[in-house]
Design a protein around this ligand. Structure first.
Ligand code: ATP
Ligand code: MG
Length: 650
């Protein structure tokens, strides 16, 4: 690794002054949280309002045959009441959501009182249409205020929402509706993203035409663009019409802590997506608490998470966490590069955003455009940055820090999963010194461990598979409709432990570095290499924008290293550059990591949530592109065809 990437960024003076948690406090709270989780969570569970207080806190075991994950199990609460009603007195007329439209001229503030009224009305609409407690409601929507309303309205009456990202195809949507046996769909006539319209209602109709999706009774359509859309009088209803006569009085349904709040599919990076089920009490406590401490949230801070409601980040850190904390949360309809690459900076300046939480894919895309893309924006209001979704290459981290954050904002690199409900490993910005590329240390109550392939727990500075030794309140409870798959996927590899599927390195300071998916680990002449390190070395070359590394069968080494490289704008591929990059990696990591094949890639295959899909790249590299597996979560199939056509034969 280069010197630069070994650097440490101590807790900044500015953060020390304002921080909720300093290092001593972190150490003290962490110790209590793992030594005495009963007392710790018993206390912190009270951060939200309970209709009936819990008397039991933790009832969990990872023992395979008796697997049980229950938190606050005799308590009753309502998630929507926690996000809305309890704020009315103190901050009813304060902003809950700042909506920023796809077009830069469009934005509006929604107060807690307004959001509460709209949610209650829509909850009554849902009841009138026959939705009851425990029903699964599919939400296939753009990023608009009504989507938040729909989710909260479901929570209010105890319906289980299943949000499907608005960029998914009719087939992918149909499969999710069917898997959840959902009888209700909420959608919009069209979505608008990056200046283009997305035919949401048409996609719903197509999805419902399939014989496999027979049971949908009602489709509720929000008007976003007002375009003409096909209409089925018996089934479809306009949101605006239904809302006209709806009452704004809707008492929240008391829910048991272990009643489902929502189901949501994983991104599909490693295989067929899993329908993750989260329950009410533990999830909400955990989402709210992590939101407050990881983002060091103070009343009045303007907080922007750029994720989509279609992913867990949108659930926990645009909606539930922030609103449970009475925060101001920004809801962005568009994309970071529309109308141009300065949009993110523009939005930050316009709303005086203090905390920005985004993904490495967005950072790398902006970085490839050069520093100028932020030139006309100041971003002075920012005081904290966050990253989630993939390992952030140290080079991208430094760029994010220096250019977006004006070299004054700490970056919280948050590691977590759809399955975990909230952030598990991340710096707390007032407590933990930062190292670019490391998610650093566990959150309260989280007990990560590194195990070898036989499941032995490794101590000290080491590398291996990342597992969790004990449960936390935000943990998923099951895969919807398939508890056996849940046990198999997460608890059978290493008995008695939750297996994350990720590889990890722990350094001499106890910091965790995610090395990539365990499935993607390379084994070159008997040496195990994580994808993240090799990719980061490539990205640190100034002509490289993005890189993906996979193994392919190699006669001598067992596995060879096949590299896909996207160059930054304006750079041309050449044989010299190829040699230069091979040399670069040898020098940065060592001869063992030397790439065998470099393929120039105009783009990389990504999930619709923006993550590199190495399993597809592996198939291309191994010349098995007739067996790509589940491609429903692939954002742009054209990228794959292009790579297959220009595959480098060796
Ligand atoms: P699938 O489970 O369907 O293959 P997925 O794992 O991409 O898809 P998500 O739940 O959206 O679905 O993503 C969680 C994964 O994302 C983690 O297991 C990890 O591999 C990666 N990840 C998330 N945040 C980080 C981070 N800060 N650093 C490194 N990796 C991260
Ligand atoms: Mg996963």
């Amino acid at each position: 690794m280069t010197e630069q990437h070994k650097s440490v960024y101590p807790v900044s003076e500015a953060f020390k002054k304002r921080a909720l948690i300093d290092r001593a406090k972190y150490d003290e709270m962490y110790e209590q949280s793992v030594k005495d989780p009963e007392t710790f969570w018993g206390e912190h569970g009270k951060r939200i309002d309970w209709i009936k207080p819990y008397t039991k806190v933790k009832n969990t075991t990872y023992d395979y045959d008796n697997l049980s994950i229950k938190w606050f199990e005799d308590g009753e609460l309502n998630a929507s009441a926690n996000c809305l009603d309890r704020h009315l007195e103190k901050r009813g007329d304060k902003t809950a959501i700042i909506f920023e439209g796809d077009e830069p001229s469009v934005s509006r503030h929604v107060t807690y009182r307004e959001l509460h009224a709209e949610t209650c009305k829509f909850a009554n609409v849902l009841k009138t249409l026959g939705v009851s407690k425990g029903d699964v409601v599919t939400i296939y929507m753009p990023m608009i205020v009504e989507t938040a309303v729909a989710m909260l309205a479901c929570a209010r009456i105890g319906a289980i929402h299943s949000v499907v990202f608005g960029g998914f195809s009719p087939e992918a949507l149909g499969a999710r509706i069917q898997n959840g046996q959902s009888r209700f769909v909420i959608t919009a006539d069209e979505g608008v993203r990056g200046g283009r319209t997305i035919p949401l209602k048409k996609n719903v109709d197509k999805a419902l035409q399939s014989d496999r999706v027979p049971d949908v009774e009602r489709v509720i359509v929000v008007t976003r663009t007002g375009s003409d859309v096909p209409w089925n009088e018996d089934r479809d209803a306009r949101y605006e019409d239904l809302m006209k006569s709806a009452s704004a009085d809707c008492p929240p349904e008391p829910m048991n802590a272990e009643d489902p709040l929502f189901m949501l599919y994983t991104s599909g990076s490693t295989g067929a997506p899993k329908g993750v089920l989260h329950t009410t009490g533990g999830y909400l406590v955990y989402a709210a608490m992590t939101h407050e401490y990881v983002f060091d949230y103070h009343e009045g801070d303007v907080y922007w998470c750029t994720a989509d409601f279609g992913w867990i980040t949108g659930h926990s850190y645009i909606l539930y966490g922030p609103l449970a904390n009475g925060a101001i949360t920004v809801l962005f309809e568009g994309v970071p590069n529309y109308p141009d690459a300065s949009r993110m900076g523009q939005v930050v300046d316009k709303h005086k955003i203090n905390v920005l939480y985004t993904a490495p894919t967005a950072i790398r895309a902006l970085m490839a455009k050069g520093d100028d893309c932020m030139a006309n924006t100041s971003r002075e209001s920012l005081h904290l940055l966050g990253s989630v979704g993939e390992p952030i290459n140290p080079e991208a981290w430094e760029w994010y820090y220096r250019v977006i954050g004006n070299s004054k904002c700490p970056i919280v690199d948050t590691w977590w999963q759809t399955e975990t409900g909230g952030i598990l490993i991340s710096p707390l910005p007032g407590a933990i010194d930062l190292k670019p590329g490391s998610a650093t240390l566990p959150f309260f109550g989280i007990q990560p461990a590194v195990v070898d392939n036989d499941g032995n727990v490794l101590e000290g500075a080491t590398e291996g598979n990342l597992v969790m030794l004990d449960s936390w309140p935000g943990q998923m409870r099951t895969i919807y409709g398939d508890h056996e798959r849940f046990k198999q996927t997460y608890f059978s590899t290493y008995k008695g432990r939750y297996f994350t599927g990720d590889g990890v390195r722990r350094d001499e300071d106890g910091y965790y570095w995610i090395t990539g998916r365990v499935d993607d680990v390379l084994n070159v002449s008997g040496h195990r290499l994580g994808t993240a390190e090799v990719e980061s070395a490539l990205v640190s070359h100034d002509k490289v924008a993005e890189a993906a590394v996979v193994g392919y069968p190699h006669e001598i080494k067992g596995q060879g290293i096949y590299v896909y490289v996207t160059l930054i704008q304006g750079e041309q591929p050449s044989d010299e550059l190829r040699k230069e990059l091979i040399q670069w990696v040898r020098q940065e990591i060592g001869p063992i990591a030397s790439p065998d094949v470099i393929q120039w890639a105009p783009g990389l295959p990504k999930t619709r949530s923006g993550k590199i899909m190495r399993r597809i790249l592996r198939k291309i590299a191994s010349n098995e592109h007739d067996q790509l597996g589940d491609t429903s979560t692939l954002a742009d199939p054209g990228v794959v065809d292009e790579l297959i056509q220009h595959r480098e034969f060796k």
